[in-house]
Design a binder for this molecule. Structure first.
Ligand code: ADP
Ligand code: MG
Length: 393
């Protein structure tokens, strides 16, 4: 582990600077999905129960170091108060020293959008020192911002006693169980649109997993790289060499790569477009591959049955339009079932992957679903996340 949790910290009477991710979607001045806000509640509650005074530090949008009133965190205050059940006071950077001095137990302070400060995205030591002067301890609960070395995620962690918040702790434990010390066999499913956005991820995984399942548009690129006809499919025809390199690397490391054996093809990616299932080597020249076929799904289910750990990023097909969601939904349900039977530890992440799991109705049935986006992908790439590294003591 190497990092501390709230249980290791001296908190009573201390001001705790808590880096959170409340970068929630907003429409017409209202929060439309408060999931990120709800997920920080255990940390803030725990801090208050232990007698600490929480001061939340967060970003919102991309104001690029300038005060942009439309990107004020004020829009999150009602949702934060509802989730936390205590008053939340928004303070500007300039007001913060006085407000922190006057903070009473049971109150939460929220520092205005930290990206209004030009030093934030530059990981500026001066800004970090100004922040550090506001508190006694630093708690990072924003795994989803941990892939960025910013003043409030990286530099600040070195200046105060620092620990992971509950959400960060849960995320790190789940990810460590899945990739650092997994029970084997370990299977990774990588799908989605493009190989080019996931080259580093594929290269890292072939060196670490026992089985690599390739699906989605990315599988088309791999099929084409093996000389198969893929018709009008979405694919990166210039990535053939990369695909072959990844296959060769897998051969060396003993990682078994699973490509679709049958595919669902259609003339167009449209609702109601007539579709057929064909063998992977039999895609007609005027059709596009939009999903993996039922035989591929059967083999995947069998594979899940033999594995102990599963990491999943990227849908197996163009799941937004039925029936091209079939393989993703069936495979997700099989993984969820194996997880429920305690046969499998399943960890999934990625924006579209999380939507696909919700669509399949199994988002709560995986061992862990990461909503961290970019940070999750960088972790799958095997990169050290600066915000996590800075917590190591
Ligand atoms: P994530 O956000 O989980 O990392 P990606 O963004 O890489 O996933 O990929 C998701 C997208 O890939 C979805 O929009 C899906 O429609 C698309 N996709 C998957 N398979 C295909 C396919 N065969 N043809 C076209 N698009 C596909
Ligand atoms: Mg995506």
């Amino acid at each position: 582990m190497g990092w501390q949790t709230l249980d290791d910290m001296e908190l009573s009477g201390r001001t705790a600077l808590v880096r959170v991710d409340v970068n929630v979607p907003v429409e017409d001045g209202r929060v439309t999905d408060a999931t990120r806000i709800e997920r920080i509640v255990p940390t803030v509650r725990d801090l208050m129960d232990k007698g600490a005074l929480p001061v939340l530090i967060a970003h919102f949008g991309r104001p690029k170091g300038k005060v942009v009133p439309e990107m004020s965190l004020s829009v999150t205050v009602p949702a934060l108060e509802a989730a936390l059940g205590v008053p939340v006071r928004l303070v500007t950077f300039e007001e913060a020293p006085e407000a922190v001095g006057a903070q009473k137990p049971g109150e939460v302070l929220l520092l205005e959008n930290i990206r209004f400060q030009p030093g934030e995205e530059k990981n500026d030591p001066v800004l970090a020192a100004q922040l550090a002067a506001l508190g006694d301890v630093y708690v990072n609960d924003a795994f989803s911002a941990a892939h960025r070395a910013h003043a409030s995620t990286e530099a600040l962690a070195h200046l105060l006693p620092a620990c992971a918040g509950r959400l960060m702790e849960a995320e790190l434990k789940a990810l460590e169980a899945a990739l650092s010390a997994p029970e084997r066999p370990l299977c990774a499913v990588v799908g989605g649109a493009k190989v080019s956005t996931k080259i580093d991820l594929l290269k890292n995984l072939v060196a670490r997993v026992d089985h690599l399942v390739i699906g989605g548009g990315m599988a088309n690129t791999f099929l084409a790289a093996q000389g198969l006809e893929i018709g009008t499919s979405l694919a990166e025809r210039d990535m053939g060499e990369t695909a072959r390199e990844i296959m060769a690397r897998a051969e060396e490391t003993g990682c078994r790569v699973h490509l679709p054996v049958d595919v669902v093809v259609a003339e167009r990616f449209e609702a109601g477009a007539p579709s057929q299932t064909v063998a992977a080597e039999a895609c007609p020249a005027d059709r596009m591959i939009l999903d993996a076929g039922p035989e591929t799904v059967e083999r995947l289910k069998e594979l899940f049955g033999t594995c102990r750990t599963l990491i999943w990023n990227g849908p197996l097909g163009a799941f937004e339009i039925a029936p091209f969601d079939a393989a993703t939904v069936a495979a997700a349900r099989a993984a969820a079932e194996a997880t429920g039977a305690d046969a499998l530890v399943s960890v999934a992440g990625g924006g579209d992957t999380v939507s696909a799991l919700h669509h399949a109705g199994v988002a709560d049935d995986f061992s862990y679903v990461s909503t961290a986006g970019g940070a999750f992908l960088e972790w799958m790439e095997g990169k050290e996340l600066p915000g996590v590294a800075a917590l190591h003591r």
